[in-house]
Design a protein around this ligand. Structure first.
Ligand SMILES: CC(C)(COP(=O)(O)OP(=O)(O)OC[C@H]1O[C@@H](n2cnc3c(N)ncnc32)[C@H](O)[C@@H]1OP(=O)(O)O)[C@@H](O)C(=O)NCCC(=O)NCCS
Length: 144
């Protein structure tokens, strides 16, 4: 990994509209506005941001109860910075915060990445959206 990558536990200084643009460019955007992205990270148990100079090049966050259950979300390395160890370092830092927890995640494409970090596939995953995703209707209008 290039030595100019910095890992920060927290979101201070993050420009969320730029992160949103970069997520869209990487086709890893799930529809949240910059403000909603900020809220998601603010309300998380633990957050790691990877910086290269003034630019965010990686994100990862954990939802956790501090006792037994945690959930890994928004693990992303900017496409121009992949395969240097940034993603693994972010996940390792988050896992260090939740000793003793069962840590779950959903992924479709990155099985190898998570296996290398000690995750194992489980037979059943179930999930649902309550109402509409992000409370938007079919035309994208916020229903709240
Ligand atoms: C998954 C992701 C976060 C990995 O980030 P990264 O910074 O490139 O990860 P690392 O450099 O730490 O990769 C570590 C190891 O994981 C494995 N790995 C990473 N990406 C991989 C891929 N696309 N296919 C297979 N193995 C992969 C490799 O073993 C790699 O080590 P190597 O480069 O020495 O071969 C990044 O590809 C990404 O942002 N993808 C799009 C978003 C996404 O799918 N996130 C996960 C959703 S839950």
């Amino acid at each position: 990994m290039s030595s100019d990558i910095r890992f920060v536990d927290g979101i201070e200084g993050v420009e969320w509209s730029t992160v949103k643009e970069d997520l869209v460019a990487d086709e890893f955007d799930n529809g949240r506005t910059p403000k909603e992205l900020q809220q998601s990270f603010e309300k998380s148990f633990a957050v790691v941001i990877a910086w290269k100079g003034e630019r965010v090049v990686g994100t990862a966050r954990l939802l956790a109860d501090g006792v037994c259950n945690a959930y890994l979300v928004d693990v992303w390395t900017s496409s121009g910075e992949r395969r240097q160890g940034i993603g693994s370092e972010m996940v390792r830092r988050l896992l260090a915060r939740v000793a003793g927890h069962h840590v779950a995640l959903f992924t479709e494409d990155e099985i190898g990445f998570y296996r290398d970090l000690g995750f194992e596939e489980e037979r059943t995953g179930m999930s649902r959206v309550v109402g509409h995703w992000l409370n938007r209707d079919a035309t994208g209008v916020d229903q709240r």
